[in-house]
Unconditional design. Sequence first.
Length: 616
Amino acid sequence: MCALILGDRSAIGLLFSAEFERTTAWESIIVQPFDLTTLIAVRHALCQRLLPARLEVIQQSDLWTLHLGLRTLRSWEWLTLSWHPQAARVHGCAPVPKAPDPFQFSQQIQKIRGLALVDIIQTDPWERVLKWQFASRPGEIPRWHLYLEMMGKHSNIALTNERDDIVACGRGVSEKQSRVRSLQPGLRYEPPPPLQQAVPNAGEPFAGWQDRLHWPTAPIGKHLLRGYRGLSRMVVVSMLAQADIDPQTPNEAMSEHQWRSLWQCWQEWLRRLNDRDFLPGRTESGYSVLGWQVDCPAHNLDALLENYYSRELDIEQFGRDRHRLSQKLRSLLRKLYQRHDQFVTQMKQSDRAEATKQAADLLMANLHVWQPGMGEIELPDFETGQPVKIALDAEKNAIVNAQRYYKKHGKFKRARQAIQPLWEAVSREIHYLEQVESAIADLDAYRTAADLQALQDIERELIQQKYLPASDRPIRPAHEAAETQVHRFTSPHGREIWVGRNNRQNDWLTFRAATASDWWLHAQEIPGSHALLRLPPGDVADEEDFQLAADLAAHFSRGRQSDRVPVVCTRPKHVRKPKGVPPGMVVYVNERVIWAQPARGAAVVLANGSSTAARS
């Protein structure tokens, strides 16, 4: 037999009352902002490590992220500078592989490549703006300034000359877009407007500090944020927790002990800022550089920030891309289903071809029975002898009526011949897109970077198959190692079971990774993933191993909601790829069928935490 297979993220809860939510638009934090406290900690570490350094590489990876490669007297260092609206930041990073860089900003600032980074200045002690100064040599007057503004949705980056004239900026801001200030090439760089809150001061007496936060009546966090510069929601949350104060406590209801506890935390925060004494680490919902509510201390602040923001941005992008691809596939399949139904209707009509030929033959064989003016004639069937009623044109004779039926027969037959290949092509296309849709359904949530890579492999495949237009939006380049990031499980008897995440991985599993001793599995006539039961040469699998592999193949298929799914099992040598078919589509022979239960496969996936991937 031969068949064709178209092959709780935790967040900070509500801190204050509903009234405070309405007045300040306080929301659950999805991506923790890079606040002033973190900026001071990072700048202090970078100044110690980088100054002076020679700028060797400038590479932009997306619309908001710039990577700088610098050579110091001791080593190479890499930096990430980002003006992302939700994740503006700066920190050290791992070496960035060379990749296509079509972005205009990075091309415009190549003029500073080869210069020396001589200083990193915080333009205002309580503002999140860094000025990177570049000179021909250490000790000389800076010729170029790179301003990085990390201010939420207003974040930006600008390169200026020694007179502070803007030469290039990451995002141009015109007078129509902002009445406060414009930021465009050719204009003089103006710093952001000054903040209105009071400047935190370690020398401020307790009574004055308490008075500032005591009126009007509102949650204490609201007053902290609105009353002083340099505070972020994360710092306020951790400060209140450190002082053991309920975030929703109104300021007028706070006891003297609570005020004193909060004052101690306030002084501790200012001391750490002044002494550059930071204790970075992971928290339940993000990270902290103050050591408060830290679950896991971090020895490397740059790695902590890079891992956190890379993961958070990947999660956000994964959700957007998955929704966009799912919507596109649903639209494509809806149109194909309509065409398929139209072809089926036309083919059913063409099924009358034999009936029209039979009518014509009966008329020609019974010309003597016909009488002028007859609108209908009843003649015995050739085989059964049963009477067959035939409609006639009363104005035509029997021969002309028979000829008309012969013409209808030819028309229906030609229609069938024309529609049949179109119907088959649409059916194959539906099967292929259902296979892709099943792969996206398997990627139900972001767990590791391999999930985003698998999703972008699907998008790249759809572009190659002309279902999506080539987009200017950057897509991560395909990596050969990504093919090996398949789902991996262990059977009850210790055998490995591999399951592909998308068509690219399915083809890799079936035609490159599989060996002669392995077993290949796939849901029968149902779009889904290819699965391999890996066996060493000469080994024999147990039925429990086959059953688990079949359950997993059923779970990672379009039949995952069914109680039972037939799964075919055969050796990889009996699976081949027809010429010209899309990725993931194969034919197989010499198969046997195993009845699988997708629910058992889902339980194994859940127990293993397993939509995780490992590299071979």
